[in-house]
Design a binder for this molecule. Sequence first.
Ligand code: SF4
Length: 448
Amino acid sequence: MPLTGIAIFKLLPKTNCKECGDSTCLAFAMKLAAGKAELAACPYISEEAKEKLSEASAPPIRPVTIGVGDRALKVGGETVMFRHEKRFENRPGFAILISDTMDDAEIDGRLEKCSGLRYERVGFILRGELVAIRNDSGQADRFEAVVNKVKEKSDCGIILMSTNPDNLAAGLKACANRKPLIYAATKDNLERVADLAKESSCPVAVKASDVEELAELTDKLSQAGIKDMVLDSGSKSLRQAFEDQVIIRGAALTKKFRPLGFPTIVFPYEMTDDPMKEAMIASIFVAKYGGIIVLSDFQGHSLFPLLVERMNIYTDPQRPLATTEGIYEIGTPTESSPVLITTNFSLTYFIVSGEIEGSKVPSYLLVKDTEGLSVMTAWAAGKFVADTIAPFVKKCGIESKVKHHKLVIPGYAAAESGGLEEELPGWEILVGPRDAAHIPAYLKTWKP
Ligand code: SF4
C-alpha cells in the first residue's frame, strides 16, 4: 500500500531546510505521495527511512526495460493521464511478429524490415524496436532455433511468446543475456514462468482474461518477488482493449493501485485481419496507453505514420523541438553564396534546410534562437524581429564568411525588412518566399 503524505512526513527530517526545492518537509511529503517529487531530492533522509519510502516514492507505473545496450527499450514510468498535464515519459515500443512456423526467407525478410525501415525526421531516427517471436510450432527446439536466428541477425529487443514454460525456457536459453520479455505468465503456468523470470532476471508479461484477474496475478507475482511486469488484459476487441487501457492507467495513477502499476502490451492484429485497420487500431494505442504494440508485420506506409504519431505524442508539449542557434552550411557555400535566416523551431529548420538542399544552390542558413517557435509565432511574440535578429547577425560571424551583405528573411517576417536595414547598416534585406516550397525557385534567381 502506498503511504499517505502524513505518513511520509513522519519519516522526513522535519528541518524545513528547503534544499529539496519545497518550503517545508510537509510540502515535499505531499508531492512525494502524489508521485510528483523524487526521493533523491532530499539529501538528509536516513537509510532506514529511505527503504520505507522507496515504495511510496516509486513511479505509479513501474518503468520496465526490455533488451540491453543502445537498443534497450524502456516503457512505463508514466505519471499523468493526459499529455497536457505534464508529458508522457517513455514512448511505446513497436514489435514485428515472427512465427516459428515461418520459413527462413520470411523470417529473414521480417528481420530486414525491422532494421531497414528507419526514418530520419527533425533530427531523430524513427524505427521499430522489438521482434516478437511466437511459438506457433509448439516445439521447443524449433522455437530455440528461431530465437537464435533472431538474436544473431538483429539487435532489436526480443519478446518470447509461448504458453508452454518448457518452450519459453528453451527460448530463454538462447537469449537470456539479451533480457527479452517473457510472454506470458497466466493463471495456469504462473509459478513455472515466475521461476523462469527470477532465474533469468528478465521482465515478464502477465496475461489474464480481464483486468480483475490481471490484478490478482500481478499481486501473486509481486509476492513471489517479481518486479518487472507488463500487462495484457487479454481483450480481443478494440473497444474492450481500449477500455482496459484507460482503466489500468486510471487505477495506477489516480487510485495508486499497485497491482496495475505496470506498462501494458497490446496486439492490434488480434482485433482485425485488415492491415490498414490494424495500423489505425495501433495508432489508438499509441495515444492511449499501449506500452508495447505488437504488429503482424512492418509496412513502410503504415509504420512511418505510426512512428511520427508516437514522436509527436511523446514530445514535451511545454518544450518545442528546437535546433541549436548558429550558422548552418548547406552544400559547400562560398563567399558569394546566399545567406538566409530562419527560426530554430526544428520542423522549420528541417523544412527550410531541406528545400535549400533540394535547390542545389550552396547557401548559409542562419538559425536564430526563438525558443523553438516557428517564424510567424516568433515574429508575433517579438522573438524574431529586427531588434533581436540584428544583434544575432552581427555576432554570429557571417560577415567574415561572405563578401556580399545580402540577407534573405522569410516572407512572413517581411514587416521587419525596414527595421533590419536600420539595425544592420550596409546590409541589403531581401524578402524571401513565405512558403518554404518556393525557396528553390527563389534561389535560382540569386545574384550576389
Ligand atoms: Fe525537509 Fe529534506 Fe526538503 Fe530539507 S530537503 S525541507 S529536510 S524534505
